[in-house]
Design a protein around this ligand. Structure first.
Ligand code: DAH
Length: 338
């Protein structure tokens, strides 16, 4: 009897480890009325007293052990892999999903709006030469933007810089394409600024350029009004203030009616009802000529805006540094804006 008990204990132990048995089959084989353990109990009754003493406890232990294994099998802790039942209706384990960066969301929206007006996308290098960043854009040699304080120069060569604006791409486009030209150029730009909540040494811009026969300031205004209303809502108003850029004449800065207070005046717009969003103007004839376009035949407009600025207006991000810190708690908030 003792050997049989040991053999069955070992057998059940193997089954528990290999997890290849179904709870009901297990019960039928070992614990039911005609099961192996029940039969042992029947045999036990016929043993003499000495043998009963030897086998009594091991037999009870075996029964308890088998009962425990059966409970485990029923609870699913020991699973049968042969005949596995998977409940496909149970919810799965959710994997963490990333989200698009807020600057990309806004950049893509701006691109889509100008695509609808027939603007293509052009790109240029971030490491540029003086000609494309300054000279061809009519910056005089002593212009402060060329100053060490504003511009990052590469490898001590004053001719090679990290571009300070995406206007450099309009030069490349005009040098390489014939009008009509209608293009926007999104990209990263660099300036030698101390990093704070309101300034950073790199940020992003979108440049726009439209050159054709008879392009006028009215075309510029209408294009930017369309953009402002698509971006900030149909009730948005625009206002153009005279300004100065070396590469446009006349030049202007554009404000939109504050999208937070609807133009009534609030802390965000410093109670003026207006917020500045971009610079623009008619491409200076000098610039057209520098880039090989006949300024007697063609006119054009250009504009440039900061993507961080537009993003702040849309999402009220208070600190510029958040855009480049990669803090998931910040980035996660833009999941629904996709
Ligand atoms: N490049 C200017 C800047 O970085 C922005 C700008 C202003 C671009 C006027 C233009 C423009 O194309 O016409 O501040």
């Amino acid at each position: 009897m003792k050997e049989i008990i040991e053999k069955l204990t070992e057998e059940i132990n193997q089954l528990e480890l290999s997890k290849t048995v179904d709870a009901e089959n297990f019960r039928l084989k070992y614990l039911s009325k005609k099961g192996l353990i029940s039969v042992l109990f029947d045999d036990f009754k016929n043993l003499d007293t000495d043998q009963k003493k030897v086998s009594g406890k091991p037999l009870n232990d075996l029964k308890n052990y088998a009962q425990n294994v059966w409970e485990l099998l029923k609870a699913g802790s020991v699973q049968s892999s042969g005949d596995e039942k998977i409940d496909l209706t149970l919810p799965g384990v959710e994997l963490p999903v990333g989200s698009r960066h807020p600057l990309s969301i806004v950049k893509n929206e701006i691109i889509e709006i100008f695509n609808r007006l027939g603007f293509t996308i052009s790109e240029g290098p971030e490491i540029e030469d003086d000609w494309h960043v300054f000279s061809a854009l009519n910056f005089p040699p002593d212009h402060p933007a060329r100053d060490m304080q504003d511009t990052f120069f590469v490898s001590k060569n004053p001719d090679i810089v990290l571009r300070t604006h995406t206007s450099s791409v309009q030069v490349r486009v005009m040098e390489n394409q014939k009008p009509p030209i209608r293009t926007i150029s999104p990209g990263r730009v660099y300036r030698n600024e101390a990093i704070s909540a309101r300034a950073h040494c790199f940020f992003h811009q979108i440049e726009g350029l439209y050159i054709d026969h008879g392009v006028s300031f009215a075309d510029l205004k209408q294009t930017l009004l369309y953009f402002a209303r698509e971006m900030f809502g149909e009730n948005t108003e625009i206002r153009l203030r005279p300004s100065y850029f070396p590469f446009t004449e006349p030049s202007a800065e554009m404000d939109i009616s504050c999208n937070l207070c609807g133009g009534k005046g609030c802390a965000f717009c410093k109670h003026t009802g207006w917020v500045e969003i971009l610079g623009c103007g008619m491409v200076d004839p000098n610039v057209l000529e520098y880039c090989g376009i006949n300024s007697k035949e063609f006119t054009g407009f250009a504009f440039g805006m900061g993507i961080e600025r537009i993003t702040n207006l849309k999402f009220q991000v208070k600190d510029l540094r958040m855009f480049s810190e990669n803090d998931v708690r910040f980035l996660d908030q833009f999941k629904s804006a996709l």
